[in-house]
Design a protein around this ligand. Structure first.
Ligand SMILES: Cc1cc2nc3c(=O)[nH]c(=O)nc-3n(C[C@H](O)[C@H](O)[C@H](O)COP(=O)(O)OP(=O)(O)OC[C@H]3O[C@@H](n4cnc5c(N)ncnc54)[C@H](O)[C@@H]3O)c2cc1C
Length: 479
């Protein structure tokens, strides 16, 4: 349960019960889907469906920075692709911040948008060079960069920029829900299959079908694998977040480029001040002991148990060239995914790009984020990515995890692996342990009491209900 999930909205939307026909269907109501609907609202008959509840996916578990200073991304892109791509990505992130501000200010969305400086820190000497290159790059783009001015952290070298923000992502989504409440939005409506029939897409849900000309896939991890092959172009990264009570809003956000990495921001809700600490980021192929990972974050930030208000984990998709995939996949079929942990800016940007592509046939950043791009970085990282994916898949198959609690037992039933978790009220929860998406074995997350797929990020609750795709199916195993 993240800090943001406390912010409930009065708006809720029905389940889809009967067949409908619309011009455009948006699949997924996170920051990407909701911003896309916002941009399309006055021009097109669009409908949005969400498998669960609007905004309660990955967006609700972010830490809510809106910044263009993203570690040392520009020096990485300059070196591995070329400086023009880095330049274009920088412009896109600055634009995304302007779009976010414009939506929030024009509609008076009260979402604790706060202008704070952003810093990137090198904790180790070996990372100083990359940050100095980042500084040079930014200065060539006429951005004022501070050097070593952040006082409240230890580091070897730090750079800082202005014109960056933090906000409450759930309040942003709740604001959009209010603006879009007259639109066709359906919750608890999962798309399970999409078929093309005479230039129209038929999108299937459990109870009814949606026929439409355009489909926009904004469901974080697309639930189909072919023809996009996302599992071969990306891997999953998980991080652990702790919000704790703090006495001062220090009005900055920071991220390290060193290992072990961490990220910090502050949040003030009118009554309390919180320091939000993120750490122990890792590819999901390794370090799967969540309890230990939370413990490491507590140690890293010297957090006292009594100060902890919330702790949660989150995952995001890391692409092979660290750029998102946003755009046209095939005729009248659009997608936005792979935000590399920068989906607040990129999700909002995706809404803008896809709406422009749909309404005008072109957008400034269509080549940069093209789903079909090829560059030397992608070619270079293809094998590394495949190795990580294989490691996650094979590693998940080792069922003996020594950190698992004694309340968890594994058995075999009809040739299938089944787990039984006994909760504190002695109630048994029985599930199949194989992910229905592509067959990885699921990992038990003792902190959040979920079953998580280390390969492609599906999640299931204790009784096996799928709470996050790409899996389309539950893993419930009725007694
Ligand atoms: C630890 C961490 C911290 C982060 N912090 C930041 C930050 O500070 N700043 C930043 O810019 N980014 C940050 N990010 C990244 C950001 O949180 C994500 O990239 C972004 O929230 C993704 O938004 P989304 O709309 O694509 O996905 P989601 O919010 O997950 O929305 C997708 C929706 O699609 C629905 N869905 C899925 N499948 C189906 C289906 N078959 N049918 C119908 N609906 C479906 C889901 O229910 C869900 O509601 C962070 C990421 C991590 C992991």
């Amino acid at each position: 349960m993240s800090l943001w999930k406390e912010y409930k909205s009065a708006c809720s939307f029905p389940k889809l019960k009967e067949d409908i026909q619309v011009d455009t269907l948006i699949i997924g109501g996170g920051i990407t889907g909701m911003t896309t609907l916002y941009y399309l609202k006055d021009n097109i008959s669009a409908c949005l469906v969400d498998a669960n509840h609007i905004g309660e996916g990955v967006t609700a578990n972010t830490i809510g920075k809106l910044t263009y200073l993203q570690g040392a991304i520009y020096s990485k892109l300059s070196k591995n692709i070329n400086p023009l791509v880095a330049d274009s990505y920088l412009k896109s992130q600055k634009d995304a911040i302007s779009f976010a501000k414009e939506i929030i200010e024009k509609n008076n969305i009260s979402c604790h948008l706060e202008k704070v400086k952003s810093y990137s820190l090198a904790i180790k000497e070996k990372d100083v060079k990359a940050l100095k290159e980042e500084k040079n790059f930014l200065e060539k783009q006429n951005i004022k960069v501070e050097e070593n001015t952040l006082c409240s952290q230890n580091y070897k070298y730090a750079i800082g920029v202005e014109d960056t923000y933090v906000f409450n992502p759930m309040e942003y989504i709740n604001g959009l829900k209010e603006i879009l409440k007259e639109k066709q939005i359906y919750e608890q409506t999962k798309i399970t299959k999409i078929e093309l029939n005479h230039n129209q897409y038929i999108c299937y849900t459990k109870n009814a079908n949606i026929t439409c000309k355009n489909v926009i896939v904004a469901c974080h991890y697309p639930f189909f694998t072919i023809p996009f092959f996302l599992p071969l172009k990306s891997h999953i990264e998980k991080s652990y977040i702790i919000a704790c009570k703090y006495d001062k809003n220090e009005k900055y956000s920071c991220i390290t480029v060193s290992n072990p990495g961490f990220s910090v921001r502050f949040y003030e809700d009118g009554k309390n001040i919180y320091k939000i600490c993120l750490g122990k980021s890792h590819v999901t192929a390794i370090n799967q002991d969540d309890k230990k990972n939370f413990q490491k974050v507590k140690q890293l930030f010297s957090i006292k148990e009594a100060d902890i208000v919330k702790e949660w984990s989150n995952i995001d998709i890391i692409t092979d060239d660290f750029l998102p995939y946003i755009g046209l996949m095939k005729k009248n079929f659009y997608m936005a995914t792979g935000f590399n942990t920068w989906g607040m800016t990129n999700g909002i940007l995706a809404g803008k790009i896809i709406s422009e592509l749909l309404l005008c046939g072109k957008s400034n950043y269509q080549d940069l984020f093209s789903l079909h791009r090829i560059n030397k970085y992608k070619i270079k990282s293809f094998f590394a990515n495949t190795a990580i994916s294989m490691k996650a898949m094979l590693g998940s198959k080792l069922t003996h995890k020594k950190w698992y609690p004694s309340s968890l037992k594994f058995i075999h039933e009809n040739g299938k692996s089944v787990a039984i978790y006994t909760d504190k009220d002695k109630k048994e929860h029985k599930v199949f342990t194989t992910c229905p998406h592509l067959g990885c074995s699921l990992i038990f997350n003792e902190n959040e009491l979920t079953w998580d797929c280390p390969c492609h990020s599906s999640r299931f609750d204790l009784d096996g209900k799928c709470i996050k795709g790409p899996s389309l199916y539950d893993i419930s195993c009725k007694k």
